[in-house]
Design a protein around this ligand. Structure first.
Ligand SMILES: *[C@@H]1O[C@H](CO)[C@@H](O)[C@H](O)[C@H]1NC(C)=O
Length: 265
């Protein structure tokens, strides 16, 4: 049986569910925010999540592959090694992990024309901030149950040059105790990545969307209320190139402590 406290937390999370939806609306480049949907593809589902992991909408959210939406989105040129980030329109108002993936458009296909049907690799993961005995996980994107509104990370200096989609994904697991209850929020930015010092590195491991997740992963089908979580494994591949997780968000305008931080720091 869930404890009373856990049950109340569950009810509170359910009640705040509707108002807590969100979109990744702006790209951040070296501390400078760009306009809403200037470089990030819009969605056609207001701010609702995707819950079917087998859906094409898992790629760039609902509407993110539409020709008119792609045409209305500009492509930003950045340098490998730049500090990138996203602004969210409201708080990331649910518990769960945050991840950023990259996928290179095939030769001859621009970022604007790319439908994200190639290989994706993960370059950033932000998971637990602290694991509290008998209470559960304090999430780095939802510290003390207040969602962050922006975050930054380093575009790996080894990234091969080319046109890319940069996909931010927040996985909300407040209702993930039943199959299909996990909520995926995502947004894709269009990038041209330059790299004069490219060293031949090949990113990996890679996955495809849909396909990266089955929905049965321990990090996706998970009851966070009872028993309290004592560990958490984010779904999807390890990050490239450092195979690591961040445990404290890097906020826009703050000095970054790096993308690989120890738990509880
Ligand atoms: C970034 O997020 C923090 C905390 O969520 C907030 O205080 C700050 O105003 C945000 N900055 C921008 C540029 O949105």
């Amino acid at each position: 049986m869930p404890s009373l406290r856990s049950s109340l937390l569950g009810i509170a999370a359910a009640l705040t569910g509707v108002s807590a939806h969100y979109n990744f609306e702006s790209l951040v480049v070296n501390g400078q925010a760009t306009g809403p949907y200037e470089y990030v593809r819009r969605t056609t589902n207001s701010n609702s999540p995707i819950e079917d992991v087998q859906s094409q909408n898992m790629i760039c959210n609902q509407g993110g592959l539409d020709a008119n939406i792609r045409a209305a989105t500009s492509t930003r040129t950045v340098q490998a090694g730049d500090e990138l980030g996203f602004l969210v329109n409201v708080d990331l108002g649910h518990p769960g992990p945050l991840a950023v993936y990259l996928s290179r458009a095939p030769d001859g296909v621009s970022a604007q024309d790319y439908l994200g049907d190639g290989e994706w690799f993960k370059i950033y993961a932000l998971t637990s901030r602290e694991i509290r005995p008998n209470v559960g996980i304090d999430w780095a994107s939802f510290p003390n149950s207040v969602g962050i509104r922006n975050f930054t990370f380093t575009l790996p200096p080894q990234t091969p040059p080319g046109d890319y989609l940069l996909r931010a994904e927040h996985l909300a697991i407040h209702g993930a105790g039943n199959f299909g209850g996990a909520q995926f929020y995502m947004g894709c930015a269009q990038l041209t990545i330059e790299n004069d010092n490219y060293d031949g590195s090949i990113p990996g491991p890679t996955v495809r969307f849909p396909g990266a997740y089955t929905g049965y992963e321990p990090g996706i089908l998970v009851n966070i209320y009872w028993p309290p979580l004592t560990s958490y494994e984010a779904p999807g591949p390890l990050t490239w190139p450092n195979r690591c997780e961040d445990h404290t968000a890097n906020l826009v305008g703050q000095q970054s402590d790096g993308d690989c931080t120890p738990l509880g720091s």
